[in-house]
Write a protein that binds this ligand. Structure first.
Ligand SMILES: NC(=O)c1ccc[n+]([C@@H]2O[C@H](COP(=O)([O-])OP(=O)(O)OC[C@H]3O[C@@H](n4cnc5c(N)ncnc54)[C@H](OP(=O)(O)O)[C@@H]3O)[C@@H](O)[C@H]2O)c1
Length: 311
């Protein structure tokens, strides 16, 4: 648990400091200062993360807020300074700030430095800005619910931000081989180079031209492309679906809808499946742990998100 987080959580827990005197008047210990966290992105209006995070805060009885902020690229530096000036505990970054925010941080966690992107920032009690990447950690936490990544042979479709985070974290969690399947050779090779030079895993690139047949012996297939994302819900990544075998785990990063067409077919073929909501929920829970030292109730978080996606 981080010291600043522990101190903050202790101070902000409802029932700890917010005590009513017998007369019903507020005791002098009451504080009106909520813990502040949030997200900086653009466009931000469609991002439901705040609903999930505030549900977690309520379940923890924390007096804390998570503010979804529209921040244009040219204002990112000011937004980061503002969060520090106002004593925020930390914040998340989404499109298009995950790489640009690196210029505004004091320090990077080891995996965030390798991934080259940050989606979660912790502001310490000394005002130091520490960049983390919790996307890949969230994926690995969800994966551990069905399998141990150690020694696994993985295939990842895509080489963008989500693929980079998943590839680096699963490599650091002990995956033995990672095949990156991508249309754009330069982007795919850049990720393979990162894996080969900065993690213990073996990595190779397969250029994605036509239906990709998943090799026999693959343990885990991950769709880390946006194919299947709402509103294009019938779309399936260009994979030879007959190559999916019952012993494989098939994971999708697409959070909305959670049950993508790929996962539906994989289930029909007997595979174990993992949806993108788990990754989203666990990256949020890891962020809350970094900021407060507390373990959020991930079922409450998942339920809050599912209700948003049902609307
Ligand atoms: N569940 C979660 O917590 C979570 C977290 C982060 C992101 N995501 C999801 O992850 C997905 C990818 O996000 P990202 O940030 O990684 O995007 P990104 O950086 O733009 O990368 C997209 C990747 O997908 C590939 N791609 C795009 N369309 C494709 C298609 N039709 N066929 C084959 N490949 C295609 C691109 O290939 P090329 O390089 O060849 O163009 C690229 O490698 C999104 O759906 C996002 O919502 C989920």
């Amino acid at each position: 648990m981080h010291d600043a987080g522990r101190e903050l959580a202790g101070r902000l827990r409802v029932g700890g400091t917010r005590q009513l005197a017998p007369s019903g008047t507020v005791t002098p210990t009451r504080t009106y200062l909520s813990m502040l966290t949030g997200s900086f992105s653009s466009p931000a209006a469609g991002n439901p993360t705040g609903v999930m995070m505030e549900a977690a805060y309520r379940a923890l009885a924390l007096d804390a807020r998570y503010l979804n902020c529209e921040v244009a690229p040219e204002h990112l530096g000011d937004a980061v300074k503002g969060a520090r000036a106002m004593g925020w505990a930390g914040f998340n970054l989404s499109i298009p700030h995950k790489v640009a925010v690196l210029d505004h941080l004091d320090r990077l966690a080891a995996s965030a430095a390798i991934i080259g992107a940050v989606n979660c920032v912790l502001i310490t009690s000394e005002g130091e800005l520490v960049g983390e990447n919790t996307d890949g950690q969230g994926f690995v936490t969800a994966l551990r619910g069905v399998a141990n990544p150690a020694g696994a042979a993985m295939v990842i479709l895509g080489a963008g931000g989500a693929a980079r985070a998943i590839a680096v974290e699963t490599a650091m969690a002990g995956a033995s081989s990672i095949t990156i399947v991508n249309r754009d050779r330069a982007r795919g090779q850049a990720l393979v180079d990162v894996l080969v030079h900065q993690t213990p895993a073996e990595a190779t690139l397969v250029l994605w031209e036509g239906a990709y047949g998943v090799a026999v012996g693959t343990d885990i297939l991950v769709n880390a492309t946006p194919v299947g994302l709402s509103p294009d819900v019938a779309a399936t990544p260009d994979v030879d679906l007959a190559s999916l075998m019952p012993e494989m785990i098939v994971a999708d990063v697409v959070p909305n809808p959670p049950q993508t067409a790929l996962l539906g077919t994989a289930r029909e073929r007997g595979c174990t499946t993992l949806d993108g909501l788990g990754m989203l929920v666990y990256q949020g829970a890891i962020g809350i742990h970094l900021w407060t030292g507390l373990n959020a109730n991930t079922e409450v978080m998942r339920d809050a998100l599912e209700r948003q996606f049902r609307v």
